[in-house]
Design a protein around this ligand. Sequence first.
Ligand code: ATP
Ligand code: MG
Ligand code: MG
Length: 549
Amino acid sequence: PEARPLNFVETAIQEDLAAGRFTTVQTRFPPEPNGYLHIGHAKAICLNFGLAQRMNGKCNLRFDDTNPSKEETEYVDAIMDDVRWLGFQWDSLHYASDYFEQLYDWAEKLIADSKAYVCDLTPEQTREYRGTITEAGKPSPGRDRTPEENLELFRGMRAGKFPDGSKTLRAKIDMASPNLNLRDPVMYRISRAHHHRTGDTWCIYPMYDWAHGQSDSIEGISFSICTLEFENHRPLYDWFCKSLEIHHPRQIEFARLNMTYTVMSKRKLLQLVNEGHVSGWDDPRMPTICGLRRRGFTPESIRDFCDDIGVAKFISMIDTGRLENALRKHLNKVAPRRNAVLDPLKLTITNWPEGKVEMVDAINNPEDATAGTRQLPFSGSLYIEQDDFQEEAPKKFFRLKKGGAVRLRYGYILDCHDVVKDDAGNVIEVLCTYDPETKSGADTSGRKVKGTIHWVSAPHAKEIEVRQYDRLFKVENPEKNDAGGSFLDHLNEDSLKTITAVVEPSLVELKPEDRVQFERKGYFCVDKDSTAEKPVFNQIVGLRDSWAK
Ligand code: ATP
Ligand code: MG
Ligand code: MG
């Protein structure tokens, strides 16, 4: 990694190491397996794994699986795939559910120390008793129970003696605290939900705040990095660690990533999937890691993007164009160039010898000398792009026009002398002659033309399906809805367009996830739906940022 100024997280870590508060950098990435990872998670992954890499530390992957009703093994597997694909390997793998027994023992310890009690309030009453920022809370009637009573009730909760939702275990902290999180937060709830790992062993489950810090502590995490929403949970995080007298990690908060023209909460992404607005979690328009992967993004470009946007303490909205630019930068270096005509117009060379096929040399990647060249078949029957031809063209139009000349990339200079039209008057074929003296690399004519266009030899062309994508939402911030509607009101109904393109023959040999640049058109990636009979490509991005003003 190149030298850059330390971000505030790194500075905080260096200070703690220098002061001897911690001796190692041990971080973790703690996803809840209730959905697929998105680009926001990629930021947290790059941050946590990146810190460990740069500071000679370790990073764990921990599934924060304490809320069984929404969690599934499918998500666990997908998350591991995504982290690996992004290029990171965890030092050890953990599940918060592995700590259920330890958490339970610690809860009994807090009860014995009069720091936790069993509460009989309903969820609504609990909320009501908690009070508001301007109004102190009221103590729960359970607050004065003795440790003995609490212990018996809590054991009863675990043993399944009480119905779901009828009791909770709460930390006994301060019902008048200005920080609502400290007003006797719930530690356990009763819920007979089947857990993807512990099955039906438990009918009480720990709340996030009770599970998270203690899981960090068990794993010897030194720096527990999380998003800003948890800043005012930090006093609670600290209170639990202090009360239990266990290893006490330092929680550091950073601003979560928000991006334009998309949504980033798993709940909303799940809704897009469930309601069929997209084809699945890996729909190439989704901001999920698997969606970006299928679209054709590279792990390198996502990591570069995360590095580029940096880590800060204030919330901001990042232009999706920046992610696309990171991808262009990478693919420009590594993507082989190929010829594809997305909107074909027939072109016939009237003086080309009947049936003759000539092989021409084409450069695979001008940015990479080691990529070499390939041979392309050239013939008297070609396809060019519709918009590379105009019958009546303005002076500044340097592509092909009637009576004009253009160079075919890797081929010859053509002079257009006529067109063929259909009954409606549309040009359906362009008739040209070629100038044999002008072959690319062996031009002896001295002729100069301003435009160069790409082409595909018609008898050798293969057809592919191309899926062209637009933004999934029509507005920069679909979650902002002053009128009180839903983010779905802003869906772009025309975000997918499917066309048939003609391409040079070598393209049909590519495999899913192979990425290429179609010359002059943009970057494309073979989709997982692709077969030898029916190749399918996704448009990843155009060559330039067409969204930039
Ligand atoms: P969501 O709101 O999308 O459901 P979450 O925070 O509930 O996200 P988790 O599975 O708990 O999802 O997230 C795992 C880690 O990723 C957490 O440490 C969280 O802070 C981080 N994270 C989630 N979303 C973002 C984001 N948009 N930007 C940066 N980090 C994020
Ligand atoms: Mg979470
Ligand atoms: Mg969430």
